[in-house]
Design a protein around this ligand. Structure first.
Ligand code: AHM
Ligand code: MG
Length: 335
């Protein structure tokens, strides 16, 4: 069977389905090409002198890995000249990056986490890139996009996706009508469709959470996890399995493929800190993908996709995956 490439899929969407604007098609192609280059850099490891940390910290106060900065630069450089974007924002940059005046300005805004789970890089475990695409609000000529223009609800996303750099390099994408997976064929250099209209397998008994934060969880999350740890000796009467990779991309990808639930809930670690993950370039794009695949995604109370953002780097509690499990962890009002 001849498989479809990402380029063919996008052209079909543009030509036949009429659902894909040419600028958005270009944007996805460019992001996918950048992910290919990032994958190449990651795979060089110590031979490419890309492992380890820099002396710098990002806006979140986290030490930057060399590859955080390399991947950030790759995405910026690849995306600024094509005419499809007005501005970009990233986990690794304090504020937004405007497309320089010498290039045409496009209709879209791109947000990304260049390397998600970057503490995994140095120990050769999976990491990923997450991206979210919004429409730039229409502006009068020469007025620049501002940070406030990025503060749109997850529901406003026109596309979202991630790449996983694992045993295979995979790109998972939604344009708002289903979730599709492409695997990088390194010999040919193209993304080849390997799964389409992906749906989360329901009723699977597997959860993902960092147990070392247990003392800071809410009573609902504590009860949910305790029930599952009790397994067949407890009220549920069945055993559960647990996985935690340290990379949200890898954990969420596993849930898309084989079911279960992912939790990085709000916790009581620091006053005013509502979780670890970031809404705009982690919570929102993953919530869009999960919902498109039949799942649910909440912060514990509110559906992530309808949270009104107040800051570019704001954090959010995340509980996503099989809707029955999400409801069991949060109560029925959170969707
Ligand atoms: P990062 O974007 O700085 O790498 O942080 C996000 C990552 C997620 O991918 C992952 O789920 C989580 O942080 C792991 O955190 P912890 O080390 O607390 O388990
Ligand atoms: Mg990250």
């Amino acid at each position: 069977m001849k498989r479809k490439t990402l380029t063919q899929f996008l052209i079909e969407q543009q030509r036949e389905a009429g659902t894909l604007q040419p600028q958005l098609r270009l944007l996805i192609e460019v992001v996918a090409r950048s992910c290919k280059a990032i994958s190449h850099s990651i795979s060089k490891g110590a031979l490419g002198d890309v492992l380890g940390s820099l002396d710098s910290e990002n806006v979140q106060g986290e030490v930057q890995k060399k590859l955080d900065v390399i991947a950030n630069e790759m995405l910026l450089e690849a995306n600024e000249w094509g005419g499809h974007l007005a501005a970009m924002a990233s986990e690794e940059m304090e504020t937004i990056h405007l497309v320089p005046n010498r290039y045409p300005q496009g209709e879209y805004l791109l947000l990304f986490d260049p390397i998600d789970g970057s503490s995994n890089i140095d120990v050769d475990l999976s990491v990923g890139t997450i991206f979210s695409v919004l429409r730039a609000p229409k502006r009068v000529e020469a007025q620049d996009v501002t940070e406030a223009d990025f503060l749109q609800k997850g529901e406003c996303q026109v596309a979202a996706g991630y790449a996983v750099y694992g045993p295979q390099t995979i790109l998972v994408l939604t344009l708002g009508a289903g979730v599709h997976e492409f695997t990088l064929d390194r010999e040919v250099g193209s993304w080849v469709m390997t799964d389409t209209n992906m749906m989360i397998p329901m009723g699977k008994r597997e959860f993902a959470i960092n147990m070392s934060n247990a003392r800071q969880w809410s009573p609902e999350v504590t009860r949910f996890i305790n029930d599952r740890i009790a397994g067949d000796a407890g009220d549920l009467g069945v055993d559960y399995n647990m996985r935690w990779t340290g990379s949200m991309v890898a954990d969420v990808h596993r849930i898309l493929k084989r079911g279960g639930v992912f939790l990085y809930p709000r916790d009581a670690r620091k006053a005013g800190k509502v979780g670890k993950l970031r809404l705009m370039y982690e919570g929102n794009p993953m919530a869009m993908l999960i919902e498109q695949a039949g799942g649910a995604a909440t912060d514990g109370e509110t559906r992530i996709m309808i949270i009104e953002p107040s800051a570019l780097h704001q954090r959010v509690g995340v509980i996503m995956g099989d809707p029955t499990e999400v409801e069991a962890a949060t109560g029925p009002n959170s969707n």
